[in-house]
Design a protein around this ligand. Structure first.
Ligand SMILES: O=P(O)(O)OC[C@H]1O[C@H](OP(=O)(O)OP(=O)(O)O)[C@H](O)[C@@H]1O
Ligand SMILES: Nc1ncnc2[nH]cnc12
Length: 183
């Protein structure tokens, strides 16, 4: 099942060239595919099912799309991790983590409503992509021993970094190599 899904993910992924001197990932084909939308939650959940996560936490914005699919597949809840400054202030008490310089070279902060995570929770971080692992590292720092790992669709992190962050993915950089998939 996951092998089929990986084939679909590869087939529906595109690199695009907006003319700025670098390629940009286009993931819209994933969400447009009923097959991928129906299967990706389970496929990502399977990477960590044994750890019995009770809650999925995802950074905005694409994480807000993928995270709930995984939470649904696990029978877990979902909590948003907001990017500081991206929207109107949040009134509830928050816990904030500094995100080290990420794949865009930007430093930022990710925040979660404090009361939504309890000491008994087992937290799975979910995102569409990991490049430098900066979002995963920041979110792990918020949850201590409650953090069980990070599940992503594309894992571009070098294996030692992925191991250190307990980060697992469905595709690697080789699966979406621009030399193979662009054009
Ligand atoms: O491993 P890292 O270096 O932390 O990079 C991974 C992050 O980069 C992307 O976010 P981005 O804000 O670029 O895209 P989005 O707006 O689609 O969420 C992706 O969704 C991850 O959140
Ligand atoms: N969406 C994305 N997230 C992280 N790194 C990327 N590199 C190219 N596209 C990316």
């Amino acid at each position: 099942m996951t092998t089929d899904l990986r084939d679909h993910l590869r087939a529906e992924f595109r690199w695009t060239d907006p003319g700025q001197g670098y390629l940009v990932s286009d993931r819209s084909g994933w969400w447009r595919s009923p097959t991928i939308l129906a299967g990706v939650g389970d496929a990502l959940a399977d990477l960590f099912r044994a750890a019995r996560p009770t809650v999925v936490v995802s950074p905005e914005v694409t994480g807000f799309l993928v995270g709930p699919l995984v939470a649904r597949a696990l029978g877990a809840g979902f909590v948003e991790a907001y990017r500081a400054g991206a929207r109107l202030p949040i009134a509830e008490p928050m816990i904030w983590a500094e995100v080290p310089s990420d794949h865009r070279g930007k430093k930022q902060e990710l925040g979660v409503r404090r009361q939504l995570i309890t000491p008994d929770d087992r937290v799975l971080v979910v995102d569409d992509w990991a490049a430098t692992g900066a979002q995963a590292r920041a979110l792990r720092s918020l949850f201590g021993n409650s953090y069980v790992g990070t599940a992503v669709i594309v894992n571009e992190c070098p294996p030692p970094l992925a191991d250190e962050l307990t980060l697992r993915g469905l595709l690697t950089a080789a699966d979406i190599d621009p030399d193979q998939t662009f054009g």
